[in-house]
Design a protein around this ligand. Structure first.
Ligand code: 9D3
Length: 249
């Protein structure tokens, strides 16, 4: 998969793209990332990329001409490439959106700065607009990196184990339960006996129930969109019945 990224701060991407899984994904040609500095496409003497808003008010707005020029240079007549604006007004980025984007061979990301981009970019260039959550960032760059990270790990051959990405508890709509590793006793705190029991069916059931418990306690809304077996439903009914009488964590 190829990512084109339009930004005024291409150097912000160096850290995340050059470590760990994203680094290896590029080395193995699973992904490629082309960073395009919007400033390089401004044709005036000072390479100005922003200007004051029509109608007055504070802040600055990204000018349309350099953004259009950069997209047209990057895509060079290639069609059917999603042009995605990262903005606080976009649709919320979720695991389902990451999976949707992972189906494309190429996407282009526009990182906004200042108060936003000229509306004609949105109307005549952008095909999709994405936000990563309801908090205020200083620009779209970190959001673009989040998107690249979440999409890349879904691509075939990126994670070692082919089942790893689909096995995610988040992909199944539940939060993950606890994980333990050696030592079996640390500062007197023991690993749950069942995990050491060697009873694989019992371990699987315990993990399922701990994931259900955590989701019930922390993100109950998620349970409405999860496929639950009758055994799951009985377990949740017992949790709900136990109520908030004891907080035993
Ligand atoms: C005062 C109005 N602000 C809107 C909430 C203006 C504004 C703040 C921050 C305009 C742009 C930005 C920069 N943010 C992004 O470009 C951005 C973003 C975000 O702030 N939160 C979550 N997802 C995203 S994607 C791009």
């Amino acid at each position: 998969m190829h990512f084109d990224v339009l930004t005024l701060f291409p150097e912000m991407f160096c850290g995340p793209l050059n470590e760990s899984i994203l680094k290896r994904a590029q080395e193995n040609d699973r992904i490629s990332v082309a960073l395009h500095n919007v400033r390089d496409y401004a044709t005036d003497k000072h390479h100005i990329t922003d200007d004051a808003p029509y109608g007055g008010g504070g802040g600055m707005v990204m000018k349309p001409e350099p953004i259009f020029a950069a997209v047209e240079a990057a895509l060079a007549n290639e069609t059917d490439v999603p042009v995605i604006l990262l903005s606080p007004q976009g649709r919320l980025f979720t695991q389902a959106v990451a999976a949707e984007l992972a189906c494309y061979s190429r996407i282009l990301l526009i990182c906004g700065r200042y108060e936003g981009v000229d509306e004609r970019v949105r109307q005549h260039l952008v095909t999709d607009e994405i936000s990563i959550g309801d908090y205020v960032l200083t620009g779209g760059e970190l959001a673009a990196m989040v998107l690249i990270d979440a999409v890349t790990r879904l691509l075939p051959g990126v994670l070692g184990d082919p089942g790893a990405a689909v096995d995610d508890s988040h992909a199944q709509g539940l939060l993950e339960g606890p994980h333990y590793t050696r030592p079996a006793v640390f500062r007197g705190w023991k690993v749950p006996e069942i995990l050491i029991s060697g009873n694989h069916a019992a371990v699987a059931r315990w993990r399922r129930e701990e994931a259900l418990r955590r989701t019930f306690e922390r993100r109950p809304g998620l349970l409405e969109r999860v496929e639950l077996t009758s055994q799951d439903q009985e377990f949740l009914a017992r949790l709900a019945g136990a109520g908030s009488a004891e907080d035993d964590d």
